[in-house]
Ligand binder design. Structure first.
Ligand SMILES: NC(=O)CC(=O)C(=O)O
Length: 265
């Protein structure tokens, strides 16, 4: 399984954001990727006041990503979009997974919302505009069990343990718009920790650079192996990186250092 993590700088212009995403998925397909991962809020990262109307998963955006997956014959995880929910004041932050034929294989709504106040650095109240999901989701990608999550979820190890122990996940995906301030110290450490403690591959695709209003994302999208080694990483700015997941290596690590099997709680 060859995985591509696509790093973007989504802004206010939804059309431009979708075109940039499509161009990166085209590059992923040309590089032989079986699965391409886009970042969180691939459709829009701008002021709440200007946000285009959220859509149901089978709305225009869903159809757009389905068409990209079908045209390129690739599995596509559209990191997250603003999904219309029952509450007119709040959307869901939803990841969409399409198979090679463009059929929606799964969707996941971000469970943990980023409500944080770090004076002078980060002030964010995601729960003001987003409603939380409540269902962990694992999807079968041609025999590979893939556990879904979004951004701030990364800080909650119990979610990933559930995806692995109950769902059998061997790959954990983390589309993100991780803040630069927190990302500098936490992003890679957390991704590698989730990989090591769950003896899984982790693929993380982030937003990068400046977004209005006053939000800078860390980027550094990467793929980590079950030993915690960073296999590949995207430098600053939009771009992509590709890695092959060696499942024999995962099985060897789990057999030689059976920490998952040795759990007592
Ligand atoms: N933006 C997020 O959801 C999370 C983040 O930036 C952090 O956890 O730090």
């Amino acid at each position: 399984m060859r995985v591509a993590v696509c790093q973007l700088n989504s802004r206010e212009d939804r059309k431009a954001n979708l075109a940039a995403a499509e161009a990166l998925v085209e590059r992923a397909a040309a590089a032989g990727a079986d699965l391409a991962l886009l970042p969180e809020f691939v459709d829009y990262l701008g002021p709440d006041a200007h946000m285009p109307a959220p859509e149901p998963v089978d709305g225009e955006m869903g159809q757009f990503f389905a068409g990209v997956a079908r045209r390129l014959g690739i599995w596509l995880i559209a990191g997250s979009i603003h999904e219309r929910g029952p509450d007119p004041a709040r959307t869901w932050n939803t990841s969409l997974v399409f198979d090679r034929s463009g059929t929606l294989a799964a969707s996941y709504r971000k469970i943990h919302l980023y409500d944080v106040e770090i004076p002078g650095r980060v002030s964010y109240l995601e729960s003001a505009t987003v409603a939380p999901g409540d269902q962990p989701v694992v999807v079968d990608v041609e025999g590979l069990r893939v556990g879904l999550s979004i951004c701030y979820d990364l800080r909650f190890p119990e979610l990933y343990r559930q995806l692995v122990v109950d769902g059998g996940a061997l790959l954990l995906v983390v589309p993100a718009a991780f803040m630069a301030h927190t990302g500098r110290d936490h992003w890679e450490v957390l991704l590698r920790a989730r990989a090591i403690e769950n003896q899984c591959f982790v693929a993380a695709a982030g937003q990068t650079g400046d977004h209005e209003p006053s939000r800078t994302c860390y980027g550094r999208s990467m793929v980590v192996d079950p030993w915690g080694t960073v296999l590949t990483q995207v430098p600053d700015g939009p771009g992509l990186a590709v890695a092959d997941l060696d499942l024999d290596r995962l099985r060897t690590i789990r057999a030689e250092l059976p920490s998952l099997a040795n759990r007592r709680l």
